[in-house]
Unconditional design. Structure first.
Length: 639
């Protein structure tokens, strides 16, 4: 396809928007690199020079086509051409954002200077029309459009419209449950201490007549009785879930997204798929576990402490429709510990946040306390129980969960990776308390641990010299400029009460991954790498800030919001203080950003290759301005 001048102009403005915002705004196609390493070329065809390479799995938005060649967007904002045969093409759904702030103003334009035109609330999903300066232009539910700050929303994949637009079939007002256990007793009262009055079977549906202590009252034939909540699934009220699909008979457990509930009283978890295999742990009736593999009659499951092992499938039942969602707005139960017959303690995840759920206690029978340190919560539950449990839920930042009996009470101790706050909501009807846990709520710079990485050093691993980029006119070394700026930022942060670790003081034997490891090993709050940029022939100038958080990545994906927020705020303040062109926030797979497990950014202060900026970077006053900008951005991040 020939590119007309008009089209070229459109492409350039699209690329410019990308350079300015770092946020893709189109809905179209993207290519996923098939396998190995693929060449990206300057033009469509193998006669064109290779400009870079991409690895399998990398996602490249498609900007244009020419024959069997695709023009794609690279992570660094550049574009290039790739043969269609090297990628799998997929369609990108309309981009959406989910509101993460509890109550957020939407405005007439992209900035807090514009007037407020409405409010949106946590969990609201808004279609994206465009983006500018770290703000999103969104479609409002009631019609019309407005702007919302990028750091108060989270992008959703939007590839499956699963959680909305679900046609509500039979929207009867009566709530139904589906039996997930097979041959489940229905009892005279809500507890296993009551006599069984009937038996029900898998996939049978019953109308819920009443609800008590985690049990449901149902009618079976002429009998009324109670069934345990953990042996049924109840489609949630909002949004109405579709009717549970009938389980395919051949393989009732689709691997990877299935949760099973333990039906045996105490079940061994073993190293292998036989009752002869060594025992690696125990699970209990009512425990829910994610199945990651299947062999014969055995399921591979992961325990709360991260260990995995095999359980006999005949001691479990699949929980219908309980695909484990990550970071969605659907609540997913991560840990269930039955304390006593009618009393259950649960840990759940809702939109990446921890919720502790107490079922079966009336108000006054439970207490929530902050432990001696702000990163500990202690629940005191009145219970007649001897239940002991110990585990961890790493991905939710819970380093230890401990349940043990003490003086007619059950104590639940939770250690979090960082200080937490909490609030308790109690629902008397269902006797359910929900404790919403907030993390990293301590505000301000006081006590924060920040790792500063001057981008280059005179001596690198193996003793090689690394001046970084070199100013072509004044022979200014990037390593000297960025070390000087880094020291200034360090002093400002320490003045404000933060702790700072430098990855090096001018010379280092560390690799890039080694620099990142300093932040990881110290569990720093953030990592900031400081650089000066350079371009061929001195074409570019201005400030830019990079972050990296691909959606699929287990560690980086969930940090996307934090990383983008840090980058956005530092970029904003650096532009204010430095006054050069605002190139914007960009996403790139740089080693220090990829290897850090804490929120991290890479700041490109200015272009040492630009005639004006080379002179400025040589000046003490401009370096101080840049340091002030970076400092103010970091400060804003912690406010
Ligand atoms: Zn550099």
């Amino acid at each position: 396809m020939k590119i007309t001048p008009r089209k070229r102009c459109f492409l350039w403005s699209l690329i410019l928007v990308l350079l300015l915002t770092g946020i893709p705004v189109w809905a179209g196609e993207e290519g996923v690199v098939k396998s190995g390493v693929a060449n990206i070329r300057k033009g469509p065809g193998i006669s064109n020079a290779v400009i870079t390479q991409v690895k399998s799995g990398q996602v490249l938005p498609v900007l244009d086509r020419s024959g069997s060649w695709l023009k794609v967007q690279l992570h660094n904002g550049q574009t290039g051409w790739i043969s269609e045969s090297l990628v799998n093409i997929r369609t990108v759904a309309e981009k959406k954002v989910v509101v993460t702030g509890s109550s957020v103003n939407v405005r007439k334009g992209p900035g807090t200077g514009f007037s407020v035109v409405g409010k949106v609330y946590e969990g609201d999903t808004l279609p994206v029309l465009g983006a500018r300066d770290g703000w999103y232009n969104v479609k409002l539910a009631g019609g019309g459009q407005a702007w919302i700050a990028g750091w108060l929303v989270k992008e959703t994949n939007g590839s499956s419209g699963q959680n909305n637009a679900q046609p509500s079939r039979s929207s009867s007002s009566t709530k139904q449950l589906v039996v997930t256990g097979n041959g489940v007793n229905v009892r005279k009262g809500p507890g296993t201490n009551y006599a069984a009055v009937a038996k029900v079977y898998k996939n049978a549906k019953y109308t819920i007549l009443d609800q008590k202590n985690g049990w449901y009252k149902i009618q079976v034939g002429k009998q009324q009785g109670w069934i345990a909540g953990w042996l049924v699934s109840v489609p949630s009220a909002q949004p109405p879930a579709p009717p549970a699909p009938p389980a395919p008979p051949a393989n009732p457990v689709p691997i990877g997204s299935t949760v099973v509930v333990i039906t045996g009283e105490v079940v061994n978890v073993r190293q292998g798929t036989s009752t002869e295999a060594a025992i690696v742990g125990k699970v209990y009736r009512g425990d829910r576990l994610v199945v990651s593999d299947k062999q014969g009659d055995w399921y591979k499951v992961q325990l709360a402490n991260g260990q995995s092992g095999w359980v006999a499938s005949w001691l479990t039942e699949p929980v219908q429709g309980s695909g484990v969602s990550r970071g969605g707005t659907q609540r997913s139960e991560v840990l269930i510990v039955p304390i006593a017959d009618n009393q259950v303690f649960k840990v759940a995840e809702l939109a990446g946040r921890v919720e502790l759920i107490l079922e079966g206690w009336v108000s006054g029978q439970f207490q929530v306390k902050q432990g001696s340190a702000a990163d500990k919560l202690v629940l005191e539950l009145e219970a007649n129980s001897t239940r002991n449990y110990e585990g961890e839920i790493k991905r939710l930042g819970i380093s230890q969960v401990k349940v043990y009996p003490q003086n007619n009470k059950s104590i639940v101790e939770l250690d979090f990776a960082s200080p937490v706050t909490y609030n308790v909501a109690y629902e008397a009807n269902s006797k359910t308390a929900t404790i919403r846990v907030g993390t990293a709520q301590t505000r301000g710079l006081q006590g924060k641990l920040i790792v500063i990485d001057p981008g280059h050093a005179s001596v690198q691993p193996g003793g090689w010299l690394d001046p970084g980029a070199v100013g072509p006119r004044t022979n200014l070394y990037e390593k000297d400029v960025v070390f000087n700026i880094a020291i200034k930022v360090k002093q400002m942060l320490e003045q404000a009460g933060a702790r700072v670790i430098m990855t090096h003081m001018g010379q280092t034997e560390l690799t890039l991954a080694g620099r990142a490891e300093i932040a990881n090993a110290n569990n720093a709050d953030i990592f900031v790498s400081i650089h000066a940029n350079s371009s061929d022939k001195g074409l570019y100038s201005g400030h830019s800030t990079y972050f990296y958080a691909p959606y699929g990545d287990e560690i980086l994906g969930p940090q996307r919001y934090e990383r983008q927020k840090l980058a956005t705020l530092v970029q904003r303040e650096m532009v204010k203080a430095g006054g050069r062109i605002d190139i914007g926030v960009l996403e790139a797979n740089f080693a220090v950003l990829r290897e850090t497990r804490v929120p991290s950014i890479l700041v490109e202060t200015a272009f040492i290759s630009d005639a004006q900026e080379e002179i400025l970077l040589g000046q003490e006053s401009f370096r101080t301005q840049l340091a002030v900008g970076i400092f103010n951005g970091i400060k804003a991040y912690f406010e």
